[in-house]
Design a protein around this ligand. Sequence first.
Ligand code: 8Y4
Length: 284
Amino acid sequence: MQFERPIPSQFHCGKYQLDLSRAHVMGIVNVTPDSFSDGGRFASTNLAIEYAHRLIEEGADILDIGGESTRPGAIPVSLEEELDRVIPVIQALSKQTSVPLSIDTYKPEVMRLAITAGADIVNDVRALQEDGALEVVAKSHAGVCLMHMQGNPQTMQIDPQYDDVIKEVSQFLIERLKIAEQAGINKERILLDPGFGFGKRTAHNVALIQNLDKLAAIGQPLLVGLSRKSVLGAITGGDEQQRVHAGLAAAVISAMKGAKILRVHDVKATVDALKVVSAIQNNI
Ligand code: 8Y4
């Protein structure tokens, strides 16, 4: 029996070109006062930078830097606050490191200033639907991840409904891909993401994992974020800290169904697990 045939692909993002013949690990760096210290801006900036270096040592291929939580029900932060959180971190890391840096934001002004500060990828849970977002990315050389979400982070988990979740998610992603290309963003710069947990019930998330190969067949590299998410808790019964092993299973299944970038908290464990996938997929 043979595994899913890999689509050879390169991902162009800023000053980097990633060879996606193996799955890559995107490590999550949250720059929020609550996830770090209460010792003021300087302290949280330095803690985020230190944490980023640790993830690189653990084998992260990409770092995803975010200043606003997109968890269900999370409180939005102002543009100024978001910029104050993420820009100094991106500026420092782009000088200190040689891994692509991703900015997790839906705000065009954050995208623009992050790219100027050295960000290579825009990770947008709103798939460039905010006014001006397409133009900011089109004018740059940054890569972009277009993610599916039903509703908005405040209300998306209240009562998600689909007739056919696979069809609806793929139609949305195909439409946003077309619009991004028409705006002048080259295919080589575009990742697609089903957006696990973003306006989806457990059954929707499970159906999307089962059918990830159908989304991969759209032809763009897939980014998958399942790390520590509630679907894993629904399956195993664990709280967030107890979802690491479940997350590894999900990362391995995703990679075997064609996902090219795994957005994770637990970098070292995921890097090891994906080495096994790569060895099997490439007959090593
Ligand atoms: C426990 C831990 C429970 C984390 C929920 C969460 C994705 C993403 C997020 C994703 C892309 C999160 C910014 C939500 N998820 N970006 N961002 N894809 N592209 N929740 O799946 O991690 S934040």
